[in-house]
Design a protein around this ligand. Structure first.
Ligand code: ATP
Length: 901
């Protein structure tokens, strides 16, 4: 068993070394072993998916209607039932194809998004640290493992610093298990303590390991092959639409049965009544809504991806629109995470400032002097201690900087330290690392035990937050020797710390000790690093406030630094709470504080984020929370929208609903805007689709109670629902954000997309106008052409002309409807830009209108006829009334919400 062998033998077996493989060798091994991936589960067969569109419930209803029409034609030829049958079949075809196309496009959009979620691994090749695509890992590769990584392949450790592995994907055990360099008494790979496994997460520490298995040969690969594909869970919006479809289906069926019976008893014939009833059912059930909405959600997530927010879970697109609080990290999200050391203060009282921007520009050291010494004297006495302090700071890092190639790798704070050490010519060569006490956001410090060149006794280099380091210090470094810390010195250190923090510097305390153990340390000094705010963050925060979203910074950094940065970016801060403050508050008190105040949380441990998210949610808030570390994972899961940083750990990315590709706060706000937009767009689509049901049902109902000819035929109903409504509906789904979208309050948490408002506008407002329009056109035409009430015995051509008017009444209203529905709250006159899809859809409608008016073959299919021009004015009033009414309604809504006009 390989894990029982000495590590030298493992390296020999895999023809590898601690410095990794050469590039040529990797290429060779990639050819031999193949890429490090597990064969994807069977691809969707789109031919079968397409056929499925013909055999689900609603198409089958239509198919049955078509067959019934054929049967009717067989018994009573010459009544046009054959044409009806073909038209119904054509409707099935068009609908199936359109629905399939939408699903296909949505799938492709998601696939494209998923390609952006690349899995990367850090490796050592030819002695060089590289970040590579995880599929490119080969046996023999050396993995550099860090807290938060998802392990890319099975590997044997040859260095391990406090490394803990969460193996739950492999054995269901969620308590992280400590790794070591010995296998222990393991009998099989999975129990070997000196191994790490593909798919497992590193929850703590770091290490180096040599890969022994990749792809399907890994333990994870073996399991993955055994488990069947996990079923996709339904999102709430899907559930909501299905629920609504169910209600509407029941209603439609009830109506269908009633109409069937009415038709049958009023001597319309059994078959004809059945065909009509079935078609009515199909027409009234918005079965096309789900694919339309799915498509608009996936298009929205594509737009978001372009704005650097990658949605993993389509449902969060909708949730984003309701966000009321954004809890955000500071470093990297609000700031640039480009650290530059700006000032150094040494325990002997000597201070210096550092010039030179960026990492590679040689900066000027300016000794600012200290009480009793001139800057020149300071330089004389302090250059060497300064070099030593920066040397210890830089050795105690994982950063790698290549000054020649001007490239760097690692945590920006640490890179800045290495760069600064180089600026004072502190040598980092010849130190041998013995052990490391890893950094974690809980400990807020890190130490490395190193052996200096040619010396026997090791030295412990320590760096971290002052609160973490200072309590472990017993001495401070004077000019020549170390002295015991006293109250006066402690006060001086504290004062310096505050001074740096007030300048918005991130402050690191540096300490050391001859020998091992993080106690009784010698305090060396403080390093102040600057991390400027990101461009555009100030505007994004202002936008949040106008959108009535609170922004709370939750940072591991010092409260003074955090508040100083907050001030620079216009963050409202009513109170600053620190981690220890938080621990001393009961849930009730904290919940109360979280109600309306703008809080800033500093010196927070990741675990405390979970509590904040929970208490905010108790208050009814919808919480968006950012995170990057392993310990952020519970909070990311708890939050309504977990936002993982693109540069964050794999573990955080797996827990989040959304990945912020550029880590930028601005992108969160952009995503919220898109979320709100898509929320209203879906409302618009649904309203639009529901509206046209009214002019389909009203005429039919009236025809039973009034003595009038049938105003609309089955095929005409299908023409509207499965024909003219489709493209403009899709167009609504691609509407851009409305002007007021970030000035209105967030969408209520319990406000559903398909709420009363949608039904009100769809069925009762715009729908009623459409119903009236259809009947006005129909009856108006009959009246103007001298028809006598009660005369059902009219010529076929005349009847067709009248029906054409009803049909056109509905279609023209839908044209007006789609324009006024382009905005849910904003005025139509305010809308900017043109919506090409809507224009294309309306253009198609115009063509269809012309065809049904003037093209005989089309007229045969759709039971229409040419209507003399002088009657077409009957179509004019209602679309205008519909539009004006809806615009007036939106104006009142704006007034209600207090939005500018
Ligand atoms: P945010 O949580 O907003 O990203 P942050 O990056 O400052 O802020 P942490 O990374 O948890 O939060 O760091 C907390 C503190 O730990 C820092 O203020 C700093 O004092 C210290 N620290 C950060 N990085 C290191 C490091 N590499 N080594 C030692 N100490 C560090």
């Amino acid at each position: 068993m390989i894990f029982l062998q000495p590590i030298e033998k493992v390296f020999a077996d895999f023809k590898s070394a601690k410095t990794g493989l050469s590039h040529d060798e990797i290429q060779r091994r990639l050819n031999d072993f193949g890429p490090n991936q597990i064969a994807k589960t069977a691809k969707k067969d789109y031919r079968i998916e397409y056929l499925k569109e013909y055999v689900s419930f609603f198409p089958i209803l239509l198919e049955v209607a078509g067959l019934l029409a054929l049967v009717a034609d067989y018994f009573q030829p010459g009544e046009g039932n054959d044409i009806l049958a073909y038209a119904v079949f054509a409707a099935v075809f068009v609908n199936a194809t359109f629905t399939f196309w939408q699903k296909f496009k949505a799938d492709k959009a998601m696939e494209a998004l998923m390609k952006l979620v690349k899995s990367e691994a850090t490796v050592l090749r030819n002695g060089e640290t590289l970040s590579v695509d995880a599929t490119q890992i080969v046996p023999g590769d050396v993995l550099i493992l860090n807290e938060g990584d998802k392990v890319a392949a099975d590997a044997i450790l040859f260095e391990s610093n406090d490394l803990y592995l969460n193996l739950s994907v492999l054995n269901g055990e969620s308590t992280p298990s400590r790794r070591s360099l010995q296998a222990g008494d393991a009998k099989r790979e999975l129990d070997a303590k000196n191994m790490v496994f593909a798919g497992a997460a590193i929850t703590n520490g770091n290490g180096l390991a040599v890969v022994v298995a990749t792809g399907e040969a890994t333990e994870f690969g073996k399991i993955a092959r055994m488990t069947a594909e996990v079923g996709k869970t339904e999102t709430p919006i899907e559930r909501e639409i299905k629920h609504m479809t169910k209600i509407l289906t029941v209603l439609a069926f009830a109506a269908g049965v009633v109409f069937f019976l009415l038709g049958w008893f009023s001597d319309r014939g059994l078959l004809i009544s059945a065909i009509f009833a079935l078609s009515l059912i199909v027409a009234n059930v918005p079965e096309g809504l789900l694919p339309t909405i799915t498509l608009s959600l996936s298009l929205a997530s594509q737009r978001m991806a372009r704005r650097q927010a990658l949605i993993k879970n389509l449902n969060s697109v909708e949730t984003l629109g309701s966000a009321t609080v954004i809890c955000t990290d500071k470093t990297g999200t609000l700031t640039q995470n480009e650290m530059t050391v700006k000032s150094v203060w040494m325990a002997n009282g000597c201070a210096c400032s550092v010039g030179g921007n960026g990492y590679y520009e040689k900066g000027q050291w300016q000794f600012t002097g200290e009480p009793g010494r001139s800057p020149h004297e300071s330089r004389q006495t302090s250059m060497q201690p300064l070099q030593e302090m920066l040397q210890l700071a830089a050795i105690n890092t994982h950063a790698q900087v290549d000054f020649q190639a001007k490239t760097s790798f690692g945590d920006p704070t640490e890179i800045a330290l290495v760069v600064t050490a180089d600026k004072v010519q502190a040598s980092l060569e010849g130190w041998e690392k013995v052990q490391e006490y890893a950094f974690s956001s809980e400990r807020k410090m890190m130490s490395t035990l190193v052996k200096p060149k040619g010396e026997y006794q090791p030295v412990l280099a320590v760096k971290g937050a002052l609160e973490a380091v200072l309590p472990r210090c017993k001495y401070w470094q004077g000019d020549a020797d170390s002295k015991p810390l006293n109250a006066e010195k402690l006060a001086q250190i504290e004062q310096q710390n505050q001074k740096m923090a007030q300048q918005a510097y991130r402050v690191l305390a540096i300490a050391m000790k001859h020998g091992d153990g993080e106690e009784d340390l010698v305090f060396l000094g403080l390093i102040g690093l600057m991390d400027p705010p990101r461009n555009g963050v100030q505007e994004a925060i202002a936008q949040c406030y106008s959108a009535q979203i609170r922004v709370m910074m939750i940072t591991g950094d010092n409260p003074i630094t955090a508040a100083a940065i907050g001030k620079q970016i216009g963050l409202k801060v009513d109170a600053v709470l620190t981690g220890p403050d938080l621990d001393s508050l009961s849930d009730d008190v904290l919940r109360d504080k979280l109600k309306n105040q703008h809080l800033l949380f500093a010196r927070m441990a990741s675990a405390q984020k979970l509590r904040i998210a929970q208490l905010l949610q108790d208050n009814g808030e919808v919480v968006a929370m950012t995170g990057d570390g392993v310990n952020d994972s519970p909070a990311l899961k708890q939050a309504d929208i977990g936002i993982a940083m693109g540069s964050g750990t794999d573990v955080a990315k797996e827990s989040g609903d959304m990945i912020l590709l550029d880590d930028n706060f601005r992108s969160i706000v952009a995503a919220v805007e898109e979320g709100r937009t898509v929320y209203f767009n879906i409302k618009k689509i649904t309203t639009y689709i529901l509206s046209s049901n009214v002019p389909e049902i009203v005429p039919y109902v009236l025809s039973f109670f009034l003595k009038i000819p049938m105003p609309l035929s089955v095929i005409q109903i299908l023409l509207i629902d499965l024909g003219t409504d489709q493209l403009p509906g899709l167009g609504l789904g691609s509407e851009k954000p409305e002007k007021h979208i970030m000035q209105r309050p967030p969408v209520g948490k319990n406000e559903r997309i398909l709420d009363r408002e949608v039904f009100k506008r769809g069925y009762f407002m715009n729908g009623m106008f459409e119903g009236a329009a259809a009947m006005f056109a129909f009856l108006g035409f009959l009246y103007l052409t001298g028809w006598e009430y009660g005369n059902l015995d009219i010529s076929d051509e005349y009847h067709r002309q009248a029906m054409t008017m009803t049909l056109l009444g509905a279609i023209t209203c839908q044209m007006a409807n789609v324009f006024t529905l382009r905005s849910w709250e904003d005025s139509l006159w305010n809308m900017q830009g043109i919506n090409k899809m809507i224009w294309f859809g309306v253009g198609t409608e115009v063509v269809i209108v012309l065809l049904i008016l003037y093209a005989p073959p089309v007229q045969t299919v759709f039971n229409t006829a040419t209507v003399p021009l002088e009657y077409l004015w009957l179509l004019v009033p209602f679309p205008i009334l519909l539009l004006l009414n809806h615009e007036w309604y939106k104006k009142r809504q704006r007034e209600k919400l207090g939005l500018a006009h």
